[in-house]
Design a binder for this molecule. Structure first.
Ligand code: ATP
Length: 249
C-alpha cells in the first residue's frame, strides 16, 4: 500500500533523507522512530505529497505519485504534526468544508464522524477553532481524517497534546482500522506506543534507516540481547551513553 524506493531529500547540500526504502502492507501498522532531526517528518511529507523528493519513487496503493498525485491525495488520510486548521472557522464549519472538498455526503460518514466525536468528547464544534487548545484541534483533525476511513493513513506524532483517554481512543481506533485493512504509517517518540502498537518498526537516523522489523527481529539485531525497544533504539542511534551522561551530572 505504501512503497518508497531509494527516497532522497536534499535541502541544498544537506541530505535530510538518504535513499530509504519502505514497504507497508494493507492491515499493517508501521512505526517510524528516530531522534530529533532524523528525517521522519521530511519522509512523511514526501509520502503525503507535500514535499517533492529530490530523487526516488513513491507508490501509494500501487499508484506512482508522479502520475497520480491528485488521486492519491484524495484517497489517503494525513494527520500532520501540527494540526493546521482555519482558525476563523467553527469546528462544524471546518468539518463541512472537509466534507465538501472530499465530496462526502453519506449518512455513513456523518454517523461515523458523530461516533468519533462522542468517543473523543468533541462537544465544542460550535466554537471557533482559534479558541481551541492544541489537543482539541488534534482531536478534531483526527476525527476529520478517520471519518473518511482511508485505506492508507499517515500520522506524524499523533498522540502529542492528547490526554490519556484521547490517546487510548486513538490507539484503539487505529487498531480497528488496521484490522479492517488500512495501512497505517506513523511517527512517534513514545517508544512504548511503538512497542505495543506496531507490526513493524523502522529506526531512522541521519536520513538512513538503521534497522527495520518487528520487535523480535529488532532484538535479534541488537548486541544487547533480549532488551526493550528503548535500549535497542538508544544503542542504534548512539544514545547508549545516556546513563554515563546522567551519572556525570
Ligand atoms: N525546509 C527545510 N530546509 C532545510 N532543512 C530542513 C528543512 N526541513 C527539514 N530540514 C532538516 O532536515 C532534517 C530532518 O528534519 P525532520 O523534520 O524530518 O526531522 P524529524 O525526524 O521529524 O525530527 P523531530 O523528531 O525533531 O520532529 C533536520 O536536520 C532539519 O533541520
Amino acid at each position: 500500500m505504501i512503497k518508497a524506493i531509494n527516497l532522497t531529500k536534499k535541502f541544498k547540500d544537506f541530505t535530510a533523507v538518504d535513499g530509504i526504502n519502505l514497504n507497508v502492507s494493507a492491515g499493517e501498522i508501521y512505526g517510524f522512530l528516530g531522534p530529533n532531526g532524523a528525517g521522519k517528518t521530511t519522509t512523511i511529507k514526501m509520502l503525503t505529497g507535500t514535499l517533492k523528493p529530490t530523487s526516488g519513487q513513491i507508490f501509494i496503493m500501487d499508484k506512482d505519485y508522479n502520475n497520480y498525485e491528485l488521486e492519491i491525495k484524495r484517497e489517503i488520510g494525513v494527520v500532520p504534526d501540527e494540526p493546521k486548521m482555519y482558525e476563523n472557522l467553527k469546528g462544524s464549519e471546518y468539518i463541512e468544508f472537509v466534507m465538501n472538498v472530499y465530496k462526502l455526503n453519506s449518512n455513513e460518514i456523518h454517523s461515523r464522524f458523530n461516533e468519533i466525536c462522542d468517543a473523543f468528547g468533541i462537544d465544542y464544534l460550535n466554537d471557533y477553532i482559534g479558541d481551541y487548545s492544541h489537543g482539541m484541534k488534534q482531536k478534531l483533525m483526527v476525527a476529520s481524517v478517520l471519518m473518511r476511513k482511508p485505506k492508507v493513513i499517515f500520522l506524524d506524532e499523533p498522540t502529542v497534546g492528547l490526554d490519556a483517554r484521547a490517546a487510548r481512543i486513538l490507539k484503539e481506533l487505529l487498531q480497528k482500522y488496521k484490522s479492517e485493512g488500512s495501512a497505517i504509517f506513523f511517527t512517534t517518540h513514545i517508544l512504548e506506543i511503538a512497542e505495543k502498537m506496531c507490526d513493524r518498526i523502522g529506526i531512522i537516523d541521519h536520513g538512513r534507516i538503521l534497522a527495520e522489523g518487528n520487535l523480535e527481529e529488532l532484538r535479534s539485531l541488537s548486541k544487547l540481547g533480549n532488551r526493550s525497544l528503548e535500549d535497542i533504539f538508544l544503542e542504534l542511534t548512539g544514545g547508549s551513553e545516556v546513563k554515563e551522561i546522567i551519572d556525570e551530572l
